[in-house]
Write a protein that binds this ligand. Sequence first.
Ligand code: C2E
Ligand code: MG
Ligand code: MG
Ligand code: MG
Length: 289
Amino acid sequence: NADTAMYAAKALGRDNFCFFTPAMNADAVRRLSLEAGLRRALEREEFELHFQPVYALTDDALYGAEALLRWRDPVRGLIPPGEFLAVAEHSGLILPIGEWVMLAACRQAMAWRKAGYPPIPVLVNLSAVQLLRADVAALAERALQASGLPADGLCVEITESTLMERVEDVLPMLHRLGELGVRVAVDDFGTGYSSLAYLSQLPLHVLKIDRSFVQAADRERHPAMITRAVINLARDLGLSVVAEGVETEAQLDWLRAHGCTAYQGFLRSPPLPPRLFAERVLAQKARVQ
Ligand code: C2E
Ligand code: MG
Ligand code: MG
Ligand code: MG
């Protein structure tokens, strides 16, 4: 529509001439305006990280904190990554955004340690575009150096589909991350098509079971089969296994009964801004331990 087109044209800056013809569909205009918005968000530092706690299933120890990206738009408020990641990836803006995420996550994790909270690993999501176009091992190394965070305080998450579709390209990077001492988790596991032959040879540390299986495992046969299979596979490969998206006590009981290592989900805590994470999660644990 005309408003979005105007917004996009303005966002491109006054030195750019830009014509929006009827042939240019509303989708393209929306993408362009979102892209300009993301560029501005980077400059104005409108991105923030929220953190979701991951808990061990056996002793309830704090297992880690997953860093999840949000965009605080001055007009629209807090925007979740699902609304802008595809455009960030398509435009290549995910590269500078991903650099910011890695550095900000390591700095936050180190700040908590310096404040005396129990040391827990921070989990950082990587996009396929970063893995294929950027040197993420060098990025991780820089972020660790700049923040002072030890390498075992960082774990990167790669989705199963990224990993398996491009395993030959990603493999050298996995080895370099391993040499640094950074751990690697496979995100949304169960939704891709893992080759078992590959899985057993990759330098991985954690499988994260996708929430679509986790949330139905206690009630339906097929999700239960898949979740059980992933838990057993992880155990046989010597990896830990984290269940994503746990929302009910019944799901949690089921996971505990089937030998899952750790879980995260709204049942326990949504992703929280850093100050709330420290108050509600870290401070609580510091008291217990
Ligand atoms: P993900 O890595 O699988 O992260 C888990 C998502 O599930 C998060 O959504 C989280 O808020 C949500 N979640 C957690 N517990 C529950 C629950 O109990 N129920 C339900 N329904 N959802 C739950 P979010 O934060 O919107 O992130 C969506 C996806 O965006 C992430 O999925 C990840 O793939 C991507 N993402 C987030 N932050 C980053 C980032 O910094 N870089 C990159 N490349 N991708 C990111
Ligand atoms: Mg993740
Ligand atoms: Mg996931
Ligand atoms: Mg997911």
